[in-house]
Design a protein around this ligand. Structure first.
Ligand SMILES: C[S@@+](CC[C@H](N)C(=O)[O-])C[C@H]1O[C@@H](n2cnc3c(N)ncnc32)[C@H](O)[C@@H]1O
Length: 233
């Protein structure tokens, strides 16, 4: 077994235990883990997508119980590029989640490639941009308020390289969906059709049918549209 296989296997074991037994601690709310975390089958699809991208650098918004972060970490271990980096942003990981997600990442050995920024994404993302950080892909599962998702996507468009990938969770919520629509209609983002296929179509909030996760491909080269060309979304 190679070092890479070893690392990916260790992450997979932590993922399996988390899915079966839940995290070591949760917030004091009934069913919090099940409500908050990304279910295993979607995490598997997220991992497969990151692997097929050959991702080396990933930004993630929203750590909570780390199901998605572990899936991204498994992808980075599997791809095994020279300088893997996983920047995770969550202002509430210590205060609200007692570091449950970060401790899981550490037990999977992923803290060697991951950085946790304990700040709102609207503060952390411009910081990353100023530092010149360039990512291959991003995963957004943070505040879910329209204006905050919109701002996340605004900065991620400048951080993720042209032709890279931005995946959003909970697209079945109108607030999240509408934020993505602007970029889809005005900035040339295209939906990757089969990234989250099959069973992932389900019944979302308010009984609406829809896909939970959506993967966007950014245009290459990137461009700025004329304001006169604005398309309502
Ligand atoms: C639905 S949970 C993420 C679940 C996680 N992907 C998982 O699989 O366990 C949303 C997370 O976003 C975080 N969050 C809320 N507002 C945020 C903000 N402004 N910036 C970054 N993260 C935020 C919350 O603390 C919470 O951990």
């Amino acid at each position: 077994m190679t070092y890479t296989d070893d690392r990916a296997t260790r992450v997979r074991e932590v993922r399996r235990r988390l899915a079966q037994e839940g995290p070591p601690r949760t917030r004091d709310q009934e069913g919090d883990f099940e409500t908050v975390t990304v279910p295993e089958k979607y995490c598997d699809q997220l991992r497969d997508l990151m692997v097929s991208e050959g991702a080396e650098k990933v930004v993630e918004v929203g750590l909570a119980y780390a199901s998605s972060a572990l899936a991204i970490g498994e992808a980075l271990a599997t791809v095994n590029r020279p300088l893997p980096r996983h920047v995770i942003i969550d202002p509430f990981q210590d205060r609200e989640y007692s570091n449950a997600g970060w401790d899981l990442l550490r037990s999977a050995g992923l803290d060697s490639i991951a950085t946790l920024m304990l700040a709102p994404s609207s503060i952390a993302l411009p910081r990353l941009l100023t530092e010149g950080f360039v990512a291959d892909a991003a995963f957004v599962d943070g505040s879910h308020r329209f204006h905050e998702v919109f701002v996340d996507l605004y900065y991620l468009r400048k951080i993720v390289r042209p032709g890279g990938l931005i995946v959003i969770d909970d697209d079945w919520w109108p607030s999240v969906h509408t934020a993505g629509q602007y970029y889809e209609r005005n900035l040339g983002w295209t939906v990757i059709p089969d990234a989250f296929s099959g069973e992932t179509i389900g019944v979302g909030p308010h009984g609406k049918q829809g896909a939970r996760c959506k993967a966007y491909r950014l245009p290459a080269p990137s461009f700025e549209p004329f304001f006169e060309d604005f398309r309502a979304f």
